[in-house]
Write a protein that binds this ligand. Sequence first.
Ligand code: TXA
Ligand code: MG
Length: 328
Amino acid sequence: MARIVTPTPQSIEEAARILRDGGLVAIPTETVYGLAADARNGTAVAKVFKVKGRPSFNPLIVHVNSVQEASRIAGLSDKERIIAQNFWPGPLTMILKRRSDSGLSDLVTAGLDTVAVRVPTHKTARDLIKACGFPIAAPSANISGSLSPTTPAHVAKSLGDKIDLILADGACKVGLESTVLDCSGEHPLILRPGGISAEEIARILGEEVSYDLGATDTPKSPGQLLKHYAPECAVRLNAIDLEEGEALLAFGSIKFMGMKGGGAASSLPDTMIRNLSESGDLYEAASNLFAMLRDLDKPEHKRIAVMAVPEKGIGIAINDRLKRAASG
Ligand code: TXA
Ligand code: MG
């Protein structure tokens, strides 16, 4: 079992040493917990793919601490620089042109000539990147295809016996993975909706930002091919009432929600109801999403019925994860 330690200067130094020696450490970020490895070390990166059961065609995100560090591994156009300066550090990943002298393992980028780069805001992640002095590859710290972890307990449960150390720093604030943005075309394209919305990016750039969520056979982002974020339980979306045996993932008030056979949803036992946000706050809902899906993911539940979440701002990212969960 991995040791679970809270972040201190000593434990961060230890985590950096493990990474330098080719080991794996689970780390907190503002989005979800990541499974970190030295992005230059092919053997360490191969271990990340193995431990996650991740297909090797699906490249990893490389984490650095500044635009300047990003530009050592990738070329940034003027537009990409503007976006980086506005949203880094933060929950935004940019698909950039990989530099030939980047020093990154080819496994990290799955042989592509682009690299996904992100600068996290989370203090522990930043302290660790600084202590390492090299870029850190980190996909979400879960078995490929399952829900991303937003607490150290989630990480311990799925990967605890396969990694060296878990840096435990509470629940992740954003709770959803970063937005993946590709600026190589005429207009910026969001390949994965996440912590930063299209509106926020469009406002800064003064131009349209659209979505390409990979409905085709040749997606721009390999991760779009995969069924993702799937709990064990079946998931039913846009529920307006509840069927016998279903657990409820609510959004907003459930005062008027009924059961098909008669009765009120609010009379379900506590173990069968979670509310993403009683006040209808989308940011609160995002931060609760994965943990609450896990809470309700029990064999005794026939299904998880989910109330509609508005398709705007970070709600687009929430609905993207919910749709994938329902199709898994
Ligand atoms: O919030 C996050 O982004 C978290 C934390 C740990 O930083 N990381 C994360 O990584 O979600 P991962 O590996 O679970 O998701 C990376 C996504 C995948 O969908 C992958 O296909 C896409 O980014 N990606 C990586 N490199 C790419 C590239 N060169 N071109 C297109 N898509 C890429
Ligand atoms: Mg992932």
